[in-house]
Ligand binder design. Structure first.
Ligand SMILES: Cc1cc2nc3c(=O)[nH]c(=O)nc-3n(C[C@H](O)[C@H](O)[C@H](O)COP(=O)(O)O)c2cc1C
Length: 187
């Protein structure tokens, strides 16, 4: 019981530059992803869409993202913001884009469907940690437009929720966490 709590409490994020090859093996990846469907899921809609970008496809994926960004953001030529971001991200050996395949106009509200995908992200982080890999959850706010979504195999209604970077850990670390008591309130 305590081992389980300790595993959760010892998880830390490893940024893209703190990750190195090898990425999880195909078997380990499937073990990690097996936890997706154990995420809580209101209405059992299984709203998970898991896009795996394997090591050999990372450069191609980042290049396509950059091309799309440059085509739709003329200021990129001056700022080079997306180029820097994508060059940073491609340091990670592997990436998983977790999205919610949203069923619109359903009695289960869209936010609950998105939360099921968010819960899957946390399961992936915990399973990666348990298998000894490093991982981090990055925002998807720059990939919300319909054209990029279609590049990922998503419809306009679907919601990207997290880019999970995965790889081996360059140097393990520990983080001191805040005491939970200050966040707890009793009615
Ligand atoms: C929805 C979500 C989006 C996030 N996006 C980013 C991000 O874009 N860049 C970043 O540095 N951290 C991001 N984080 C935070 C990291 O995943 C990580 O939790 C944070 O760096 C703290 O590290 P820790 O998990 O070891 O406590 C995000 C976290 C969540 C839950």
């Amino acid at each position: 019981m305590l081992d389980y709590i300790n595993i959760i409490n010892q998880r830390v994020s490893y940024h893209a530059h703190e990750l190195t090859a090898p990425a999880p093996s195909p078997d380990d990846l499937m073990t990690i992803l097996s936890t997706v469907t154990s995420a809580p899921d209101h209405g059992h809609l299984c709203p998970w869409h898991i896009l795996i970008i394997t090591p050999e496809r990372m450069d191609n994926f980042c290049d396509q993202m950059l091309q799309h960004w440059q085509a739709h953001h003329p200021e990129e030529g001056k700022t080079g913001h997306a180029k820097r971001l994508l060059n940073y991200i491609r340091q990670a050996p592997m990436m998983i884009l977790v999205s919610a395949k949203v069923t619109p106009n359903h009695p289960v509200c869209e936010s609950d469907q998105v939360f099921a995908a968010a819960a899957a992200c946390q399961n992936i982080l915990l399973a990666s940690h348990q298998l000894g890999y490093g991982a981090i959850w990055y925002s998807t706010d720059v990939v919300q437009d319909a054209k990029l979504k279609s590049l990922f195999g998503l419809t306009a209604a679907d919601q990207p929720v997290g880019f999970i970077m995965l790889g081996s850990i360059v140097k393990t670390k520990q983080i001191k966490r805040p005491e939970v008591a200050s966040f707890c309130h009793y009615w």
